[in-house]
Write a protein that binds this ligand. Structure first.
Ligand SMILES: Nc1ncnc2c1ncn2[C@@H]1O[C@H](COP(=O)(O)OP(=O)(O)OP(=O)(O)O)[C@@H](O)[C@H]1O
Length: 343
């Protein structure tokens, strides 16, 4: 069941169209990212869903409620979304407990207290109830902002770059905790980010936004191994385009030997044709070969491995390996199954 359904959404600023004809679904309990380069329109889509923009058309359902159509435009405060921004947005003059209780005026005082305790227990911060925001770390403040939004029982949480102000060392701990919390409570979320690691760590599916359009919506694994477009392949990390020849439905001939194809496209009808493949540094294997013309001329140790660089046909090729190959001549092989070819 969809908790969020966006159909044919268009958004303009001062009559300049930024988003046109966008469709997106978020299922019950699902966490979806709007991920893409700066200026692509991610925040605009989120704000349109939240009801914060004027020049918007299309249809939006949140839960079973139609909040936007030709003749309906429900105000932001009646859309049952919980918004979480980068800057925590806690009220500085209110305690943690008062912040969490802020949207709960319809409840009795006792019910409010119960709800606050329940929310702070979820994030193991009961002992901070009487603290003020300035007495908390950035990560703690963001946890409070998230349970403050959750306390109002929104149909969906909308996160706008919500983790980018958190110290990187603590960020992934926070992301894991919040993901576990949302999964345990079966809460749906839409998460705007330009950070690939955050999108991959937090989300079930990722919508890649490029210039106001969705290029692909898929699981992180599918996006990474079978990007639909060259833009996505390159956007998800550096690599090398190699021209190869289709030998059979499962075999490609590349400049670095044979490679197995395991994607979903039937290549049988393209045998003999050439296709481009995109390989990332960890998908090559180097071995020392005294007879090879290829020599590693540059190398750096990056912690979990070495990054070795050699020249091939006027291109610098980067390979990640467990051992050092600096100044050695090397044989290069492809160690990965290819899931996507661009014909
Ligand atoms: N209030 C506004 N008035 C006019 N143009 C705007 C406004 N807000 C955003 N834009 C423009 O709309 C486009 C999309 O912006 P948006 O902030 O949605 O992108 P984004 O993908 O979220 O980028 P970022 O990651 O940098 O936040 C950009 O070209 C931006 O300059």
């Amino acid at each position: 069941m969809s908790v969020l359904s966006v159909n044919n959404l268009s958004v303009s600023y001062h009559d300049k169209q930024i988003i046109s004809g966008l469709n997106l679904q978020v299922q019950h309990g699902e966490i979806v990212a709007l991920f893409g380069a700066s200026g692509g329109g991610k925040s605009t889509i989120l704000k349109a869903i939240a009801g914060l923009l004027d020049q918007v058309s299309g249809e939006i359902h949140i839960g079973d409620k139609l909040v936007l159509s030709n003749n309906i435009n429900i105000a932001a405060e009646h859309r049952h979304t919980g918004l979480i921004f980068q800057d925590y947005a806690l009220f500085p003059h209110l305690t943690v407990a008062e912040n969490v209780a802020f949207g709960l005026h319809q409840l009795s005082r006792q019910q409010q207290q119960q709800k606050v305790t329940e929310m702070l227990t979820l994030i193991k911060m009961q002992e901070y109830a009487q603290h003020y925001p300035h007495q908390l770390s950035g990560g703690q403040q963001q946890r409070i902002a998230i349970v403050r939004a959750l306390a109002c029982e929104p149909t969906i949480l909308l996160f706008d770059e919500a983790f980018s102000n958190i110290d990187p060392q603590l960020r992934f701990e926070l992301i894991t905790d919040i993901r576990n919390l949302l999964k345990a409570q079966k809460i749906s979320a839409l998460f705007v980010t330009h950070n690939q690691d955050e999108a991959f760590a937090f989300c079930d599916r990722i919508a890649v936004i490029n210039q106001g359009r969705i290029e692909q919506v898929d699981t992180p694994e599918q996006l990474f191994s079978a990007p639909k477009t060259r833009y996505i392949a390159e956007f998800l990390g550096e690599g090398l385009w190699l021209q190869s020849q289709i030998q059979s439905n499962t075999l490609l001939q590349t400049p670095f030997g044979e490679a197995t194809y395991s994607g979903s496209q039937n290549l049988a009808e393209y045998v003999g044709e050439s296709a481009m493949i995109y390989l990332r540094p960890h998908q090559f294997t180097l071995t020392h070969d005294p007879h090879s013309q290829l020599q590693v001329h540059n190398e750096r140790f990056i912690g979990e491995c070495y990054e070795s660089v050699f020249q091939w046909q006027q291109q610098s090729i980067k390979v990640k390996s467990a051992e050092s190959f600096l100044h050695q001549t090397v044989k290069v092989e492809i160690n990965a199954k290819i899931s996507k070819v661009f014909i």
